[in-house]
Ligand binder design. Structure first.
Ligand SMILES: Cc1cc2nc3c(=O)[nH]c(=O)nc-3n(C[C@H](O)[C@H](O)[C@H](O)COP(=O)(O)OP(=O)(O)OC[C@H]3O[C@@H](n4cnc5c(N)ncnc54)[C@H](O)[C@@H]3O)c2cc1C
Length: 377
């Protein structure tokens, strides 16, 4: 019979839970259990197209993303997957229509450059030269980081992290955490197969953490936001390698490696039907590339953001509840930062210094209204 205790139990087998397990076991702590109620990457991770960027507005967010980029560059060496992952450094391009937004991007780029992130401002003439098939009318300029990119296999990375953690001693149990409670100096996790006792408990189950934390009196301030993506038929030639994000047009789109465009409409409120979503995404896209108006959509995919009020994750301890740790509220960018989130959580649990800005992501920040991260997709 499987052992029903562990030093650390992690609830959630998405990219975040598996990254925490990977970083803990890599740091030498092998008595780790991941509890997953469905299958690995069953939540938002399974919908994620795999965008990885370092261009954020907040310094702490940039530092987390920069640390994660170090992992993504070495992903094959570190995880030794059966087939190598392809990290495509195709860049992220944030487009400004208004001078005011371009000014904000310019300040962001200066901050990012100071943290080692090689982003830069591109003028309309350079946009036309680099991507001549696109229409740049009305664009004031853009910020671009050529190191940003895509790894189009989020499920594969999650499984590889879990396998690596298992090779180092972790166990993955396919059971739901139904409730959690404090018993003497331990945590107890209730599952259909009986309770599991642990010293450290990590909630890495996205918005699922709400139901586990609420009975403990913990308000996580997370809301569920629906997000869809439309995927077109393949298009030739290859005209848009970077992810283009136009915040003032509520649009994001990129041509993936096999020619397919993926398109997002960033102003979704949740109640809009599929037709409205497609109409908005395609018409915003067609303003950049008229061919998009005629390109058949092959499928749409829908997922949920576990969004916090400031669009930053909640990482770290819960005041007053010893050895309870949060790795949730990823707010739409949890895949890209997961390796650094795992590192931060592992360092906090092991009492080590990861040289990452933990305070900016602490739950306590919601005690007063926090300043929000501005580059949100
Ligand atoms: C449309 C869309 C596009 C996105 N694009 C990007 C992108 O390009 N780049 C990027 O970085 N991010 C992107 N994201 C966000 C990213 O997908 C998420 O932030 C990330 O996958 C969150 O990972 P997670 O492990 O925290 O949560 P999830 O992947 O949701 O995993 C949580 C897991 O916990 C399990 N679970 C829940 N409750 C319990 C319980 N009680 N017991 C046991 N198991 C439980 C679930 O089954 C699930 O497997 C996108 C998201 C969406 C929806």
């Amino acid at each position: 019979m499987a052992r029903r205790s562990a030093e650390v139990v992690i609830v959630g087998g998405g990219i975040v839970g598996c990254a925490v397990a990977y970083q803990l076991t890599s740091a030498g702590l092998d008595d780790v259990v991941v509890l997953e109620r469905a299958h690995l990457a069953a939540g938002a991770t399974g919908v994620c197209p795999g965008g990885i960027r370092q261009q954020f507005e907040g310094e702490a967010d940039c530092r987390l993303a920069r640390r994660a980029m170090g992992f993504w560059r070495r992903v094959n060496e570190l995880l030794e997957p059966p087939q190598p992952f392809v990290f495509e450094p195709s860049g992220y391009l944030f487009v400004a229509d208004s001078p005011a937004l371009l000014e904000r991007f310019t300040a962001n780029v200066a901050r990012q450059n100071g943290l080692g992130i090689p982003s830069r401002i591109l003028a309309p003439a350079e946009l036309r030269r680099r991507w001549p098939a696109l229409c740049w009318d009305g664009v004031a300029g853009a910020s671009f980081c050529a190191e940003d990119g895509f790894l189009e296999d989020c499920h594969g990375v999650t499984v590889a992290l879990a396998r690596r953690a298992e090779a180092l001693g972790a166990r993955v149990h396919y059971q739901e955490a139904r409730a959690v409670r404090r018993r003497r100096r331990c945590w107890e996790v209730e599952t259909a197969a009986g309770p599991i006792a642990c010293r450290h408990l990590v909630l890495a189950n996205a918005a699922g953490a709400l139901a586990l934390a609420a009975p403990l009196g913990v308000d996580l301030s997370i809301s569920r936001r629906r997000r869809r993506l439309a995927f077109t038929e393949p298009y030739e030639p290859w005209v848009l390698p970077p992810l283009l994000v136009a915040p003032e047009r509520a649009f994001a789109g990129k041509q993936l490696r096999y020619g397919v465009f993926y398109l997002g409409w960033l102003a979704e409120r949740g109640g809009e039907g599929e037709t409205v979503f497609l109409e908005r995404a395609l018409s915003a896209g067609a303003a950049f590339l008229p061919a998009l108006a005629e390109l058949p959509v092959r499928r749409t995919m829908s997922g949920v953001y576990d969004a916090t009020p400031d669009h930053r994750p909640i990482l770290g301890p819960v005041p007053g509840l010893p050895d309870l740790w949060l790795a949730t509220g990823m707010s739409g960018h949890g895949f890209m930062i997961a390796p650094a989130v795992g590192e931060l959580l592992a360092s906090l649990i092991l009492g080590r210094d990861a040289d990452l800005p933990a305070a900016a992501f602490a739950l306590e920040r919601f005690a007063r209204p926090p300043a929000a991260e501005g580059l949100v997709i």
